[in-house]
Design a protein around this ligand. Structure first.
Ligand SMILES: Cc1cc2nc3c(=O)[nH]c(=O)nc-3n(C[C@H](O)[C@H](O)[C@H](O)COP(=O)(O)O)c2cc1C
Ligand code: SF4
Length: 610
């Protein structure tokens, strides 16, 4: 990572050279705006007005549009950040491992306030949503290019010293930067040898149409959460007409923003070939020439290794023109790095972001399979879905369909974190019970499991014999374990903070609803809860289901609903008053008035009035 290449934002010559070089690399294309801003910022550290204007002029947009895009993404800075910009992962599992106290200690040692820039502009410390390292947290992003795992008080102490001594990140202990895969249970996906064209050869031998029939036969359902049939999605896209001069597009969703989920990170590290092979199989089935992998900004550190896999596959004739010497089989994949916005995992928001815009979910129809990336029919699938597709192309749909349950064929990866001895990634055929996973990961005294992340479901002990599959407990891959020492109100409170922070603001029920929920939860946490607040929370929860524009708002109160139903005592102790209580100490607020009037009698106090 270039380290502080510019002494100040007034160094106009260096700035314009940097901006122009990036613009040239991307041909100043409008749809590359997010990439351009991200790469410029890598060199300028933040996006000053001068940078915004230069980028805008280069692309032919107004500065307001460019600034509007930049302001959408948390990893783009419209104000200066430190030479060392440190962002603590702020998932509940990080907090359970003491991340909040560690962050406070770091700020104290560096003499900087959380969220602010140090006086000498050396460092800024902040929080960000889950960084996808729940199995080895507390984790910390450094300048958005590196990650530090397993932070503890001694590492924080040393980190503060390294920062103060201005030691380059490359010279920090390599152990700190280590990210382990922590694969704890393998099945057909994680246990497979590297895919080097086997699936594509099988697909070419069988033919594109017959391969699509195998995907349909497999009954594979998307692993990104909604569980839409992959064969059906590919069929719809294949049948959609392409615009003049356009073609079909294959997009891999590697945004993995659901807190507690990190299985795609492991697939991209260990099985990248299979993921790219699945995308290439899809391309042949659809007749697509362009592939895009949307890599979440938090996984920026994986970019070089993924690019290396792509380069190798091009050299092997597995990507590029005339793949495997087949006329008309031309396909390549580019990687687009996101910039810190959970909503960009939603497929239409993701496409907007790929087009260089704010990640606002689109109004549908038209659906992406009809009009997606730049108006072209587009298939968006999750990383795991493409990986599974490659194996189906190789081994056939019937083979896949034999695993799992009637409505949920094949295997599923689970990111296990929280209170257990062996956090990591576990692959099971669909239908495994919650209890089985808890047993395998070494969890004891478990009171709750959050399946599928904050927008999933929260289950209590009597439900641990339920099975993970679309027929019973569906999941996008997160499995967070909470033992009896945990306060389930705090869990729900942290999720409400997450959604209020991540709401894109496009529709009122979510923009306002998530904030109102958070305000009530804050009030309860501060000790001012009343039964009135519970009624309000329940009303908000009911209102937000079915009125929001996208799934983010629709799932934002799931944890509130589930914890209220299953862990009400955690709320009851915070609902002390049967009547409305304001969210502050009214009597204390009257103190200045008492001082001014010289009164301190009983009638001048609310609580003493009787
Ligand atoms: C707020 C929100 C966030 C999402 N995040 C992701 C994500 O990180 N990864 C993903 O694959 N799907 C995510 N999805 C689901 C996608 O919209 C889409 O359904 C999925 O990428 C389709 O792939 P699949 O058919 O393989 O599941 C998200 C949906 C919503 C509403
Ligand atoms: S539900 Fe939330 S995230 Fe989705 S469009 Fe509305 S405001 Fe944006």
């Amino acid at each position: 990572m270039p380290f502080a290449m510019f002494a100040s934002s007034t160094d106009t010559v260096l700035m314009t050279t940097a901006v122009d070089a990036v613009l040239q690399r991307y041909g100043a294309r409008r749809e590359a705006l997010v990439q351009i801003l991200r790469e410029v910022q890598d060199q300028t550290r933040w996006l000053s007005r001068a940078v915004i204007e230069r980028v805008a002029a280069g692309i032919g947009l107004t500065p307001a549009i460019v600034e509007g895009v930049a302001s959408f993404y948390r990893f783009m800075h419209l104000r200066p950040v430190g030479h060392y910009h440190l962002q603590w992962s702020d998932n509940i599992t990080d907090r359970m491992r003491g991340s909040r106290a560690l962050a406070q200690d770091l700020c104290r040692r560096l003499q900087v306030e959380s969220g602010a820039l140090s006086a000498d502009a050396l460092v800024s410390v902040d929080f960000t949503s889950c960084t996808g390292l729940g199995d080895q947290g507390p984790a910390l992003l450094v300048n958005q290019h590196q990650v530090l795992t397993r932070m503890d008080s001694s590492r924080v102490r040393e980190l503060a010293e390294l920062v103060r001594a201005r030691v380059p990140v490359a010279d920090w202990p390599s152990e700190w930067l280590r990210v382990d895969d922590q694969v704890c249970r393998r099945d057909v996906l994680l246990g497979a040898a590297a895919m080097q064209g086997q699936a594509m050869r099988a697909m070419l031998a069988r033919g594109a149409e017959a391969t699509l029939a195998e995907v349909v036969t497999s009954r594979l359902r998307g692993r990104g959460g909604a569980g839409f049939g992959t064969g059906r999605k590919w069929t719809l896209c294949r049948e959609a007409p392409t615009p003049p001069g356009g073609a079909r597009v294959v997009v891999c969703n590697a945004d993995e923003g659901e807190p507690g989920t990190f299985k795609d990170r492991v697939l991209l590290t260990r099985q990248a070939d299979a993921v790219f092979e699945g995308m290439t199989v899809a391309a042949r089935v659809l007749g697509a020439r362009q592939g895009l992998l949307y890599l979440r900004g938090e996984y920026r550190y994986l970019l070089e290794s993924l690019q290396a896999v792509l380069t190798q596959r091009r050299a092997q004739g597995l990507l590029g023109a005339r793949i495997l010497d087949t006329d008309g089989f031309d396909f390549d994949i580019a990687i687009h790095v996101g910039a810190g916005a959970y909503v960009c995992g939603e497929e239409s928001a993701l496409i907007e972001s790929l087009e260089g815009k704010r990640g606002t979910p689109r109004i549908r129809p038209p659906f992406p399979v009809e009009q997606g990336y730049l108006g072209q029919p587009t298939v968006v699938n999750n990383v795991e879905t493409f990986c599974a597709s490659a194996h189906i192309a190789l081994q056939g749909g019937a083979w896949w369909a034999r695993m799992g349950t009637p409505d949920s064929s094949g295997t599923k990866l689970h990111s296990v974190s929280g209170d257990c001895e062996r956090p990591g990634v576990y692959e099971y055929p669909f239908g495994v019970t919650i209890a089985q996973i808890l047993h395998d990961c070494g969890a004891s005294s478990t009171q709750a499991v959050q399946v599928g992340g904050p927008s999933g479901v929260c289950l209590a002990v009597p439900e641990f014999d339920r099975r993970i599959c679309f027929e019973d407990v569906p999941t996008a891959g997160a499995f967070m374990v909470f033992d009896r020492s945990r306060d389930m109100f705090e869990v729900a409170h942290s999720f409400s903070q997450f959604f209020a922070h991540e709401s894109c603001g496009f529709c009122t029920p979510c923009r306002v609803g998530t904030k109102l929920v958070l305000r009530r939860m804050d009030k309860l946490a501060a000790g001012f809860g009343s039964l009135f607040d519970e009624v309000e929370l329940r009303e908000l929860e009911a209102l937000m289901h079915g009125t929001t524009h996208c799934g983010l708002g629709a799932g934002a109160t799931n944890a509130l609903r589930d914890t209220l139903a299953r862990f009400r005592p955690a709320y009851e102790q915070r609902l002390q008053s049967p009547v409305f209580t304001p969210g502050f100490d009214l009597d204390a607020e009257l103190e200045p008035a008492r001082r001014v009037t010289g009164r301190d009698d009983a009638r001048a106090h609310l609580e003493r009035q009787g």
